[in-house]
Structures are given as C-alpha cells and as structure tokens.
Design a protein around this ligand. Structure first.
Ligand SMILES: Nc1ncnc2c1ncn2[C@@H]1O[C@H](COP(=O)(O)OP(=O)(O)OP(=O)(O)O)[C@@H](O)[C@H]1O
Ligand SMILES: [Mg+2]
Length: 344
C-alpha cells in the first residue's frame, strides 16, 4: 500500500516545479523524497531558494492533493536546501516533464512515422509537445512534418524550434543539407546531440519525443546517459529478423536503466481494398509476443497502409490529415496510454 501511496505522491509532485530552477519536483531530479509510516506522510522538497515564501502555493496544493489519497492520515512537507550527490548530473538539459525516446533495433521499421504521429496525437489531447530528430545519420522529421525552413536564432544564440501543426520541431536535418552525406562519428554525435538540447530554446514542454537512429549505437547511449529519459518506446515489425534486433534494443535500454514504456507493432497487417480482409504479411503478433516475453506493455498494432506512407512523404502526418480515421485513433489511444502511465 505504501508503494502505491508513494507513486501517487510522486505523480502529484511532478506537476509542480521549483520556480527558481524550473525543475519539476521529481525523483529523477533528486529534489523530492517521501516516507510513510502508518498513514503518516513526510515529504522533503529540496529547494534552491532560501526565500521559502515562493514555495507557499506549491506546499499548500501538494499537501491538499496528498491528503486526498485514501489511507493517508497526516501530511507534513519540509523544505530542505542541502545538495544531494546521489545521482550524477545530466549534461543535456531541457524543461520537459517527460522525455521519450522512440527506438528500434532495425532500420526502416517506422520509428519516424510513429514519432511524428505520436507527437501530433499528444498535442491533440492538449499537451505541449516538442519533437527532436536525433537521427544524425538519416534525419527525416523535417520532411515528415512538412518543414522546409531552417530554425532562427534568438538573442541568447539559441536555436528556436520550427513550429508546425503545433509541435516544436528540431532536427539535425535543419542544420545539414538533406542531400549531404553525414559522417558524424563518436564524440561528434555527443556534441551534436548536446546542441539539440542545450543549444535550443525549447521553452517548457509536457513531452519531448526523440526520434532515434536505428540500432544501439552512440546516439542511444549518449541520450540514455546524458538526458533524463522518462522511458523508451520500441517499434518493431512482426517478423523474426526485426524482432532479433528489437531485442538488442530492449536489452540495451534495460542495461542503462531506461524504462521500456512499451512495444508497438508496426506494419502488422494489410487490409486489401478488394476483400477487406486482414493479411498478416510479416507474420502475426510477433512484437506482441515479444512484449509478453519481456514483460513490457504492448501498446498496439499499426497496419500497413498506403495513405500512411503517402501522408509521411507529403509532410502531412496521418494524425493531421485524417485525425478521426481508424489509424489516427490507434495513435491517439497509444498517446493517451503513455500520458496516463507517466503522469497519473
Ligand atoms: N504502417 C505503415 N504503413 C505504410 N508505410 C509505412 C508504415 N510505417 C512506416 N511506413 C513507411 O515506411 C518507410 C520507413 O518508415 P520510417 O522512416 O518511419 O522508418 P524508420 O524506422 O524511422 O527508418 P530509419 O531507420 O531509416 O530511420 C517510410 O516511407 C514510411 O512512410
Ligand atoms: Mg527514422
């Protein structure tokens, strides 16, 4: 029971930020801890400003929220200002409540298509979303989001993300020529990624969605180690050759302690125009079974669909072009599920 109460407390606390540092009170930020004994809750907030008055409203609202949890008898919230050294400081900073990496072991399975449509679906449920194309080797977000202009630079010399369909987009592709070969290697990957976080004026976001390059290389590790990832979503097609690589991806995230929020099966089936039957071209439920094996959530099946491909190529994502269509509904269901699992 205590664990459930603690989860609820941390879910509430995440909604509040330190007015000085703009960091949400989140265990990942090392600025909150809580203990419960016989229904009596003690919460410790580590704050950055000696002027405790600026935390008055946060204290009142947080206390009120926690008092409403069944089984809670009393709530005491203390402010502390000592620094803890328990977690290494992350180098990639951004004011986003949730950061999700979209990954796959294999290339071409539909990560970017998913990242784009998930972003639009999250926006459609009222959330502030940023989309970061971290695919240094083959950036495709500008094309899929219908963006051709380059980001401008603000007075602090930070890049301003390009907004389309209400999503703040940033891509290494904005800086590189689409046709130019990319030879980013080793430390250059880290530098380029750091620039995408610290060198961009993201403002404050509910979600930052990161479209990763395929595989388990430098970019994945760099992000896992240097940014505060809330978790990753692994995309796979259902056939064995893709699943073998997906497994590598899952294992890598496990090794670096990044939670797998779920697996999505893309290109699950094809519905033929003539017979309206589902054809399981790449075999059936492969990714779903994999999710069960790894005991991670299965988030949904997305069919192979000609329009989905066309919409991506045209820069009008499915969830923008046909928001009430069957496939958009699948993305929206996944978006809601992710939002609930991270924020409730
Ligand atoms: N469900 C789908 N139905 C039809 N076409 C799809 C589907 N998902 C993706 N595609 C198409 O397949 C191609 C590859 O998709 P996408 O670029 O999203 O994959 P990726 O995993 O990001 O690839 P890469 O590893 O190269 O970054 C694109 O042309 C895209 O439009
Ligand atoms: Mg891609």
């Amino acid at each position: 029971m205590s664990d459930e109460i603690l989860s609820l407390i941390y879910a509430f606390s995440k909604k509040f930020s330190d007015p000085k540092t703009k960091l949400s009170f989140d265990r990942q930020n090392n600025n909150i801890s809580a203990i419960i004994k016989d229904g009596n809750v003690n919460v410790f907030l580590q704050v950055s400003d000696g002027n405790t008055l600026i935390y008055k409203d946060i204290l009142r609202l947080l206390k009120k929220n926690i008092e409403q949890i069944p089984e809670v008898i009393s709530v005491n919230i203390a402010l502390t200002s000592e620094k803890t050294n328990s977690a290494p400081k992350k180098k990639f900073n951004i004011n986003a409540k949730n950061i999700i990496a979209i990954a796959s072991g294999k290339g071409g399975v539909g990560k970017s298509t998913f990242a784009v449509n998930l972003s639009v679906a999250l926006k459609s449920i009222g959330l502030e979303v940023g989309l970061l194309d971290a695919d240094i080797y083959g950036p495709s977000i500008p094309r899929m989001m219908g963006i051709s202009k380059k980001p401008e630079i603000n007075e602090n010399k930070k890049l301003i993300p390009v907004n389309n369909y209400g999503i703040k987009c940033m891509s290494i592709g904005f800086i590189l020529d689409e046709e130019a070969p990319t030879i980013w290697r080793g430390p250059m990957v880290m530098k380029a990624l750091e620039q995408m976080f610290n060198g961009v004026d993201w403002g404050s976001l509910d979600f930052l969605i990161i479209d990763l390059p395929p595989g388990t290389g430098d970019a994945q590790l760099s992000l896992a180690q240097n940014s505060k990832l809330s978790g990753s979503i692994v995309i796979s097609t259902p056939q064995d050759v893709a699943l073998i690589d997906a497994r590598k991806g899952i294992n890598m995230f496990k090794k670096v302690d990044v939670e797998i929020l779920g697996i999505v099966e893309n290109m699950s089936y094809f519905i033929c125009d003539n017979c309206e039957e589902k054809h399981f071209i790449f075999s059936k439920d492969g990714a779903k079974k994999e999710a069960e094996k790894f005991k991670v959530p299965f988030l949904g099946h997305i069919p192979i669909n000609k329009n989905l491909r066309k919409q991506s190529d045209n820069g009008t994502p499915c969830c923008v072009d046909d928001p009430n269509g069957e496939i958009s509904k699948i993305y929206t269901t996944i978006a809601k599920q992710i939002n609930v699992s991270l924020n409730s």
